[in-house]
Design a protein around this ligand. Structure first.
Ligand code: GLY
Length: 332
């Protein structure tokens, strides 16, 4: 199976200049020293997403530039990756489970702390929008499997075959040995998590994935679980994760990062602490899996950190859409 393009070019790359952004005075001065601090000014609007996802951040930026909310921006940004059949870890074209079924997980969180998620959904591409419908149209926060799918059709979502010919081919090849050993950064770690601050200064986030390639039927990862794959607190900031969901779940990584920022850490420091905690708890196992986090605080400062090299993230701010290589823990 081909590596995704972002893996071939994880170095810093400029991806275009299309519009202007405002840097607006913020009453809260910050002790943070992240890369994007402008004294005590807050940078907004701003979008940050996992991996090299310039089309997704560009869509989110467009929404924000047109006065849209951060919630609309992260939903529409994530939909770009869900529709991209060349992305083997998100939406249509995602790699299937061991039985050949593509099953999707997603969640979304808004400025008021509302949350909606869907897990183990088949036959619907835009599960991020389905998660939003759960948040806005039901008395619940999570729907799973057939129930989520049924709700989707009631809400007008289209039934689609998500298993593309190339994903089917990759699965058939995998079945020849059926060895379950995810390869770091290659086959299963480009979950898209996206965080945005809109022109009003409000924060929302979204996270969508097909999960680990060749997972057991029924497996759900961190991405749709509040606090693990995603967490937003509009007073503080937000965080989202990519990589081995089982490890993120055990440390409730995104909630941890937001709480560390509440205690005064920069987004960068908070991401580093969350990764160190996962590494510490894993003994030597961390050598075999990747986890990456991104975070943003209320001032628009961003941070990113991962266990192994090659995780990257994309930031659209002040009219520039750029991909950055994340710093990493394992220098061995
Ligand atoms: N982080 C995506 C997953 O483990 O499912």
């Amino acid at each position: 199976m081909k590596r995704r393009k972002f893996l071939q070019n994880a170095s810093l790359s400029s991806l275009g200049v299309v519009a202007s952004a405002s840097v607006i005075g913020c009453k809260n001065s910050t002790k943070n020293k992240g890369a994007y601090t402008s004294g005590n000014l807050a940078i907004k609007p701003i979008v940050i997403a996992t991996w090299e996802t310039p089309n997704a951040t560009a869509k989110a930026w467009e929404v924000l530039q047109n006065g849209g909310t951060a919630l609309d921006a992260v939903e529409q940004g994530c939909m770009i990756e869900e529709a991209d059949v060349k992305n083997f870890s998100v939406g249509k074209g995602g790699l299937p489970d061991r039985d050949g079924n593509v099953t999707l997980d997603a969640c979304i969180m808004d400025k008021d702390g509302n949350y909606g998620a869907v897990m183990y959904v088949q036959n619907i591409t835009h599960v991020i929008s389905l998660a939003r419908k759960v948040m806005e149209k039901t008395p619940h926060v999570i729907l799973t499997g057939k129930g989520a799918e049924k709700f989707g059709y009631e809400q007008g979502f289209k039934k689609e075959n998500l298993l593309t010919e190339s994903s089917k081919k990759a699965w058939k090849k995998w079945k020849e040995t059926s060895q379950y050993k995810p390869i770091i950064n290659i086959e299963n770690h480009d979950t898209i998590g996206m965080l945005a601050i809109d022109t009003k200064g409000d924060i929302s986030g979204a996270c969508t994935t097909s999960g680990l390639a060749y997972k057991m039927a029924g497996r759900v990862g961190d991405s749709p679980i509040i606090g693990s794959g995603l967490f937003i607190d509009n007073e503080i900031g937000g965080a989202t994760a990519t990589g081995m969901g089982e490890e993120v779940l055990k440390t409730v990584g995104s909630f941890l990062i937001v709480e560390l920022m509440r205690q005064g850490k920069t987004p960068q420091e908070a991401c580093e602490e969350a990764v160190r905690r996962i590494v510490k708890k894993s003994g030597d196992r961390f050598k075999d899996f990747q986890v990456g986090f991104i975070a943003i605080n209320k001032q628009g400062e961003t941070g990113a950190y991962c266990i192994h090299e090659w995780f990257s993230y994309t930031v659209y701010k002040q009219g520039e859409n750029k991909n950055y290589k994340s710093s990493f823990y394992n220098k061995a």
